[in-house]
Design a protein around this ligand. Structure first.
Ligand code: UD1
Ligand code: UDP
Length: 354
């Protein structure tokens, strides 16, 4: 079986790494197509190096620009490669523009699409990610869901076949990496972090960075909280601060985006997490760190209903109060409790009719 995997953004490199290993072990030939959506070394190459991902067979260089221009350029580039190479399956991850472009290019050529992280819904269609998820799910042959909740969303939308609850491909990777970096305490010192009282923040979603009122309100909340906050800053946020002239409060220590090993060390060492990232909400949960999510809704509802995650939106009051009252619930965190998602995906693809 030949698989072309379309990836392009940071979280996709992290998700694709364990699946690539499982596919290789199962004897599946996988070829990586990097759209170039993320292109700085700290947003892309570092993950290939640290996670042992093979170099991409193709690199489209489609980073930057508007959604339409970026997705359109990806679509044309991916289509050319799929026509030339006729893979049995196109594998896509998550909910970025690279996900949608990969799925759409394949489906129009009648090449079956496998979607990892299928069925997630925030029910907010103003988010580009929600549109990408919905469209990708409805043109995929295999819908690999992380949870029963995600599978239920697909059933609610009338998707009748190809739904498999496999667990979460990020979970095994995070657990292993947390153990590894626990033996490397010098990582935090190298980042200039000496104590463990800090909060870890990531903030990059368009709904927060492209709305200067929301961004200002989030920064105000963090300033009022007074906690030391370590912030690996995404290029989108860096650009938003430059554009708006907003300044980070003095209790925020900003650092460039970090690789996955340093990120795991930051997660392992922090007191709590502030984020608008999808992936980091889950990682907070698996690592047993309380999380304040800087959004009004989440596609990872299980983290909220178990008490580990609180939606504080962009309200400075809720961010400050949430930070002051932060504490870990007594119920142990467990979203899926199912490990081995990557192996399950490889087995299911191999067992298929292709
Ligand atoms: C994308 C995803 C988002 C995901 C995030 C992960 C979409 C619609 N959004 O958002 O779901 O949470 O990736 O990090 O696909 N840039 C750089 N250097 C880079 C990468 C980007 O400067 O290495 C700049 C781009 O030029 C662009 C901006 O950052 O101006 C945003 O990048 P883009 O890929 O459009 O979206 P993200 O905000 O990264
Ligand atoms: N991450 C990282 N370095 C950083 C920030 C995040 O390795 O500087 C990791 C994070 O731990 C998680 C993934 O990137 O595994 C989440 O990606 P991101 O927040 O960019 O995208 P999202 O999950 O929101 O789609």
């Amino acid at each position: 079986m030949n698989v072309i995997t379309v990836i392009g953004a940071r979280p996709q490199f992290i998700k694709a790494a364990p699946v690539a290993r499982a596919l290789k072990e199962a004897g599946v030939r996988e070829f990586l197509l990097h759209t170039g959506q993320h292109y700085e070394s700290a947003m892309s190459q570092v993950f290939f190096d640290e996670l042992g991902i093979a170099a991409p067979h193709w690199h489209l260089g489609c980073g930057g620009g508007s959604h339409g221009a970026m997705t359109g350029a990806m679509l044309a580039g991916i289509e050319r490669i799929l026509i030339d190479h006729s893979p049995d399956v196109v594998l896509v991850y998550g909910d970025t523009n690279s996900t949608l472009a990969g799925a759409l290019a394949a489906a129009k050529l009648h090449i079956p699409v496998a979607h990892v992280e299928a069925g997630l819904r925030s029910f907010n269609k103003t988010m580009p990610e929600e549109l990408n998820r919905i469209c990708t799910d409805h043109i995929s042959t295999w819908l690999f869901c992380p949870s029963d909740l995600a599978a239920g969303h697909l059933a609610d939308e009338g998707v009748k076949s190809g739904i498999f609850v496999v667990g979460d491909v990020m979970e095994d990777g995070l657990r292993t990496t947390l153990k590894r970096v626990a033996r490397e305490p010098e990582r935090l010192a190298r980042l200039g972090i000496l104590g463990s009282g800090y909060a870890l923040m990531t903030l990059h979603r368009a709904e927060n960075t492209d709305d200067s009122e929301r961004l200002a309100s989030i920064l105000r909340g963090i300033s009022i909280s007074g906690h030391e906050v370590v912030f690996p800053m995404h290029p989108r946020t860096r650009a938003a601060l430059d554009r708006t002239g907003l300044a980070l409060p003095p209790n925020v220590k900003s650092i460039p985006p970090v690789g996955y090993l340093d990120m795991a060390a930051l997660i392992g060492g922090c007191q709590y997490i502030l984020t608008d990232s999808g992936g980091l909400q889950k990682e907070a949960f698996w690592a047993g760190k309380p999380c304040l999510t800087l959004r009004d809704e989440t596609e990872w509802n299980e983290t909220v209903t178990t008490g580990w995650n609180t939606l504080v939106g962009a309200s400075s009051e809720r961010i400050a109060t949430g930070s002051h009252n932060i504490s870990a619930p007594t119920i142990a965190p467990q979203v899926n409790g199912v490990q081995g998602a990557s192996q399950r995906i490889a087995e299911l693809l191999l067992r298929s009719e292709c």
